[in-house]
Design a protein around this ligand. Structure first.
Ligand SMILES: Nc1ncnc2c1ncn2[C@@H]1O[C@H](COP(=O)(O)OP(=O)(O)O)[C@@H](O)[C@H]1O
Ligand SMILES: [Mg+2]
Length: 606
């Protein structure tokens, strides 16, 4: 895809930085206010030490007590303002980020959806929002407050016990290096864990959504075993991750309790003993140490959280959008394609006389010219190897061929799901883009999967905007399903279940046909659209189909050859090519492939 950088670099954090830059004002506000609020309590050890050593000076003691109180209070006010601001302005931005991810996933082409398990993609899109939230929390609550306090500590110590200030600086640099090294394995293991967890989430989703398969083969044990295997693997990943994390915490703990405490306490005592620092300075050093240790735990905690979440975020982001900064290189949300309105369809007779090419319309003919195609994952296997034919307006073309010969593939190209490897699809003599191809046709697929929504919603899906319930009802009547829908307890408001499971396959096919009636486009494509119906219903639908394609162009893939009585011409696909082409009578007379298939079906062998 052109948007992605050819190097396929990891753009995960670049995207996050760009996102923050886009919303820099609210982020800058919280950063500044939170930093001031976070730095104020760092003065407390100093005020406390001064207060505690003012035994004989009540004025001085009172002054430092007041300073303690007022800095604490200002801290509270600023911190609370920040929290409110974060709730109202910053946290909602994580949803903006999720929205951007969702929209960007929808901008990708068909093959990306074929290639990636939907459950995994869904789990990554859903989880990433929480990761981003956690990263921001760590930045603000963990790192920022400590970063803001460090200069305060250093100045305090420098003015009271300069030797200790040096000890802290050396410690901070050294601990930073050591912790970064120890964090490496934590990061690597977290990424592995995240990826495998998302794979498992996808599997769990796949498992439950295939419950019909599971029940029909009584294969519950297979699902349980497969899940057990993945969970066993996940447990190992999690233990490894846990060990790396515990090591990280252990090292962090050792550094402060073993090293820093010994150094600061020992060195302070040594200096006080030698008389080079005052008693107050020694108290400041030790109280700073205690305060610093508390904050250090905060940082170590947030650093652990940061490593954890940043690895998870990076893994999810690079899986979804490798080498692509979706913030600086966003997509325009795909505009709905306009289908011709009913008015323009009823005026077909008038408009078809003009030669003006018109978007979303088929005025004369659609031509497939020398189409070759191989699926991207198998570029050497040509599924279509030079297919050509033309369908004129008002003409009905039947396509037949054995299963797996590439009929549905041809339709996917006509629908603009795939670009042909070579050759072209011309609409009224022009090449058109995928959106326009999609706009000019109504498609009734081989296997209709529905949204877990109402019947009305599912039929109305064919309209770019909200659909009129009256038109939906009319379309349902034309597809011969209105009576059935009205016999349901909630009529058109009945929920169809996941993927339409509460409806029979034939009913789902009729809903798909109703959609085609609703969309009223110039080209109707039916891919074995009545294969799940009994012959009687099929015969009734066949009548309405004649109405559906009246005055338009139609491409009909037929499994039952008997349903081809109403087509004008038949194309036989074999070995990725057009083996025969002609009217039904001509093909029967020429005693070729079609005649053979016809004979087999007549004899009831097929
Ligand atoms: N998304 C895909 N990726 C790779 N190969 C595919 C894909 N879809 C279908 N195929 C292969 O393309 C060939 C033609 O399939 P199809 O067009 O569905 O046949 P049919 O004529 O039965 O409709 C088959 O061999 C099938 O395995
Ligand atoms: Mg097919």
């Amino acid at each position: 895809m052109a948007r992605r950088s050819p190097s396929g670099d990891d753009q995960s954090f670049a995207a996050l930085r760009s996102f923050i830059a886009q919303h820099r004002n609210p982020f800058a506000f919280v950063t500044v206010v939170r930093a001031v609020a976070g730095a104020l309590p760092a003065l407390h050890p100093y005020f406390l030490a001064e207060f505690a050593t003012s035994i004989d000076e009540p004025d001085r003691a009172g002054r430092f007590l007041f300073l303690l109180f007022i800095t604490g209070f200002v801290h509270f006010v600023l911190w609370t303002v920040c929290d409110y601001f974060v709730s109202v302005k910053i946290n909602p931005l994580t949803y903006e980020f999720k929205r951007l991810m969702f929209d960007t996933v929808w901008s990708e082409d068909y093959q990306r959806f074929v290639d990636r398990p939907s459950g995994k993609v869904a789990s990554f899109v859903n989880d990433t929002r929480a990761h981003v939230q956690s990263l921001w929390d760590s930045l603000h609550y963990g790192f920022l407050t400590v970063l803001a306090s460090i200069p305060v500590y250093v100045v305090l110590l420098w003015t009271t016990a300069p030797g200790n200030a040096i000890v802290y600086v050396v410690f901070l640099v050294g601990a930073g290096v050591v912790l970064a090294v120890v964090a490496g394995p934590v990061n690597a293991r977290q990424r592995l864990l995240t990826n495998n967890t998302a794979t498992n989430t996808g599997r769990v989703f796949d498992s439950f959504s295939n419950f019909v398969n599971v029940f029909s083969f009584r294969a519950h044990h297979k699902e349980i075993e497969r899940n057990d295997e993945q969970l066993d693997g996940l447990i190992v990943d999690d233990i490894r991750f846990g060990l790396a994390l515990t090591t990280y915490w252990g090292v962090a703990s050792l550094l402060v309790r073993g090293l820093l405490w010994a150094a600061v306490m020992g060195f302070s005592w040594y200096q006080f003993d030698r008389g080079s620092i005052s008693f107050t300075a020694m108290i400041v050093s030790v109280t700073v140490l205690l305060d610093f240790t508390n904050r250090y735990w905060e940082v170590v905690h947030h650093l652990g959280e940061w490593i954890d979440r940043s690895a998870a975020y990076r893994e999810a982001y690079t899986y979804l959008f490798p080498g692509w900064n979706i913030v600086t290189d966003p997509v325009d949300s795909p505009a709905p394609v306009d289908s011709p309105t009913s008015a323009s369809v009823s005026a077909i007779g008038a408009t078809s006389a003009t030669d003006e090419p018109s978007s979303g319309r088929l005025l004369h003919s659609i031509e497939v010219r020398n189409l070759r195609f191989a699926y991207p994952d198998e570029p050497d296997r040509l599924v279509l190897d030079g297919v050509s034919f033309t369908v004129r307006r008002g003409e009905r073309l039947g396509i037949v061929g054995r299963s797996g010969e590439g009929k549905s593939t041809l339709i996917k190209i006509l629908l603009g799901f795939y670009q042909p490897t070579s050759g072209e699809v011309l609409v009224d003599g022009r090449t058109v883009g995928p959106a326009e191809l999609a706009a000019l046709q109504s498609y009734v697929p081989q296997d209709t999967s529905l949204f877990q929504e109402t019947v009305e919603y599912n039929i109305g899906y064919a309209e770019p905007g909200p659909a009129d319930p009256k038109q939906i009802r009319r379309a349902a009547e034309q597809a011969n399903i209105a009576d059935f829908i009205e016999s349901l307890p909630d009529g058109f408001q009945t929920m169809v279940g996941e993927r339409g499971i509460k409806l029979s396959l034939g009913q789902r096919q009729r809903i798909a046909i109703a959609r085609a009636f609703l969309k009223k486009s110039d080209l109707v494509i039916l891919d074995e659209a009545t294969s799940a119906l009994d012959s009687e219903t099929e015969a009734r639908i066949q009548e309405s189909l004649v109405e559906l394609w009246e005055g338009r162009a139609a491409i009909v893939i037929a499994h039952r050859l008997a349903t081809l009585n109403d087509v004008d011409r038949i194309v036989v696909i074999e070995g990725g090519r057009v083996a025969e082409q002609g009217s039904k009578d001509d093909l029967l007379a020429s005693a070729g492939r079609f005649a053979e298939m016809w004979g087999l079906q007549r004899a009831g062998l097929h």
